[in-house]
Write a protein that binds this ligand. Structure first.
Ligand SMILES: [Zn+2]
Length: 273
């Protein structure tokens, strides 16, 4: 990479907090829509992967994705690629059980490279419930129209954290207005508390105080499944299917539950409209 280009990129990264609005606090949704696409990397050519930084962290990548990029290519072996903070652990309540994936910033299916500069430690939920849905939308658009899409991913780290808090994804279609967004994807896993400084994790402790459990006559705001770590409305059909030992009635606020690693039920959304 040319020195001048590197200086430009450095300046861009330093200006990032101003260029992109700070994401809202996590409130149970895997992504937050931030508005129209805001690109901060100077994409000069087909693709740009920022070099890994002094801690070995991938930071950002950008690519002009064309129909030819969607053609099948064999996948590289990622198991030997070192991504920071990849302290793998298994949890029974995660489909496939693995907490972490080696996530691509620019997906392999969108023509992204299988290299350290494009890979980071991401949770199962980030990979499957956030990034993949965005990638599929872009892929479907390109397949349907033959248009190209400018695409950019920037990881958001604390100063010396080895695992990122989340990823900004910006995309804009070249010849139409159909695709035009910046979305923030949270690097979280419901039911797990992650130490972003080093990638260690543990089952989120349920730490609400005793006042949060209903006394006589008090209204139950949510019914919790302590096994799946889901938050239900008291009238959700899942409540009747729940094993009694996993059920816990609750009358506190939602924020404490989310902070404790609970997530809203996909069926009833906790009764929140
Ligand atoms: Zn429910």
């Amino acid at each position: 990479m040319r020195f001048l280009q590197w200086l430009v990129i450095l300046a861009v990264l330093l200006a990032l907090p101003e260029a992109v609005p700070a994401p809202p606090d996590y409130s149970g949704a895997a992504t937050a829509y931030l508005g129209s696409a805001v690109f901060v990397l100077p994409l000069d050519g087909d693709a740009l992967y920022l070099p890994t930084d002094e801690l070995g962290r991938a930071r950002g990548a950008a690519k002009l994705i064309r129909p030819a990029d969607l053609e099948f290519r064999p996948r590289g072996d990622l198991s030997g690629v070192n991504v920071t903070g990849f302290v793998q652990r298994n949890y029974q309540f995660i489909p496939g059980m693995n907490l972490y994936n080696r996530c691509h910033m620019i997906a392999h299916s969108l023509g992204g490279e299988d290299i350290a500069e494009n890979l980071f430690t991401g949770t199962h939920t980030l990979n499957t419930s956030a990034m993949r849905l965005i990638e599929e939308r872009v892929e479907n658009y390109i397949l349907r129209t033959g248009d190209a899409v400018r695409y950019e991913v920037i990881l958001r780290f604390g100063e010396s954290n080895l695992v990122c808090y989340g990823a900004y994804i910006s995309a804009r279609s070249v010849s139409s207005d159909e695709i035009d967004f910046t979305v923030y994807c949270y690097n979280i896993e419901p039911g797990v508390s992650i130490d972003f400084s080093n990638g260690n994790s543990e089952i989120a402790q349920f730490s609400t105080s005793i006042e949060d459990f209903p006394e006589d006559g008090e209204v139950i705001t949510f019914v919790l499944n302590t096994n799946t770590k889901r938050i239900h409305s008291p009238d959700c059909p899942s409540v009747t299917e729940m094993k009694p030992k996993n059920r816990r009635d609750y009358c506190g606020d939602l924020e404490s539950l989310l902070a404790a690693g609970y997530a809203l039920c996909g069926r009833c959304n906790g009764g929140i409209n």
